[in-house]
Design a protein around this ligand. Structure first.
Ligand code: UT7
Length: 333
């Protein structure tokens, strides 16, 4: 009997309208467009403005668009997985809220906390349910409203992050396409270098934690950078080696968009030229769990059925990983 694989049958992204440019950031903190562009590759990022708007807005808009473009009745969805580190609230899961918003009444849902690697974790978990035959339609969302936890007085972090995300539909196939292999890693020692100090059970919110600005991202940038460069390149090279792939076999590298220099180093190590690297960091910045589905969405029209893609990410945790997949469809129309 042929193996059942999970294949992506649709992708949809969503970003808010408000554009926060490097020029506007120059008026907020001691920075400049030249520094941000040369050190990160970022020119602008999107910000979700307005009262009562959390990450579920991003996820809901992405899933609504996904259901429409794939002609899917929300009642057919079995499972919704939402990767985010900026949930609307601790509980219920943001996936639950999104499921209700889109009318996925027969679905159950949960969130995954794996920071920038969250979408890869979600893809891996979702694909297992398809491969075992347990489910027929699984939606994986990667979405973050990073502006909710960014300190706009800290020039080392506020220039990097933005809001946005996307969603994919996973369905079964017996063709030689879909999710072929995944390699995921975690190293909890990395927590020291990238975290949010307060608001959890360790340091519940108090006047003191607010006064100390402990509800914002803390990042030791240069340390995270070194780990990111090494590990994202390493895991990508590993997954290629164990699937007997060379740079020539890869149609696209889909890298987490944290820093263009990290992306370039990963592509170099894999023997992949810049023309095969998905890049949208200049317009969205780092949207954490959102970057990978946003890349797939932006480049969807260039993808062909059977294309070999390597998705790779590194982020808070530390978490990192890579997925090798064969793209599932040619874009219609
Ligand atoms: O997605 C989650 C995982 N996160 C990442 O992968 C991020 C990894 N880290 C990075 O991308 C980079 O470390 C940053 C973009 C955050 C920083 O770039 P860097 O090249 O590592 O800079 P640095 O932290 O070593 O700082 C170099 C200099 C410092 O000045 P001195 O001490 O050399 O005088 C900083 O104070 O640049 C200064 N600096 C800035 N200058 C202008 C730091 N931020 C800024 C800024 N504008 N926004």
């Amino acid at each position: 009997m042929k193996k059942t694989r999970a294949v992506i049958t649709g992708v949809q992204g969503w970003v808010p309208d408000y554009v926060l440019t490097n020029q506007e950031l120059e008026t907020m903190v001691d920075t400049n467009d030249e520094w941000i562009t040369s050190r990160t590759g970022i020119k602008e990022r999107r910000i979700l403005k307005g009262e009562n708007k959390g990450t579920s807005v991003i996820g809901t808009e992405a899933v609504k668009g996904l259901l429409e473009k794939t002609n899917t009745d929300p009642r057919e969805i079995d499972l919704i997985i939402c990767a985010t580190v900026t949930p609307d609230m601790f509980f219920p899961a943001t996936g639950n809220i999104i499921a209700a918003n889109v009318g996925a009444v027969n679905s159950y849902s949960f969130d995954i906390s794996a920071a920038c690697s969250g979408f890869l974790y979600g893809l891996s978990i979702g694909s297992q349910f398809i491969e075992t035959g347990a489910h027929k339609k699984v939606i994986v969302i990667g979405a973050d409203k990073m502006s909710a936890i960014v300190n706009y007085e800290d020039r080392t972090t506020c220039i990097i992050f933005g809001d946005g995300g996307g969603a994919v539909l996973l369905e079964p196939t017996q063709e030689e396409i879909g999710i072929m292999d995944t390699k995921l890693h975690t190293d909890g020692k990395g927590a020291n270098f990238l975290h949010m100090k307060a608001g959890g059970s360790l340091r519940p919110a108090s006047l003191e934690t607010v006064a100390n600005k402990e509800h914002y991202i803390f990042q030791e940038g240069s340390t995270v950078f070194k780990f990111a460069v090494t590990n994202m390149a390493e895991v990508s090279a590993n997954i290629m080696a164990r699937n007997h792939l060379t740079g020539d076999d890869i149609a696209w590298l889909v890298p987490h968009q944290a820093n263009k220099r990290i992306i370039d180093a990963t592509a170099n190590r894999m023997g992949i030229g810049p023309e095969k690297v998905m890049l949208n960091i200049e317009k969205y910045g780092n949207t954490t769990a959102g970057t990978l589905p946003l890349c797939l969405w932006d480049y969807e029209s260039k993808l062909k059925k059977g294309d070999n893609l390597i998705l790779a990410a590194f982020g808070g945790g530390f978490t990192w990983g890579a997925t090798y997949l064969k793209w599932g469809y040619d874009t219609k129309g």
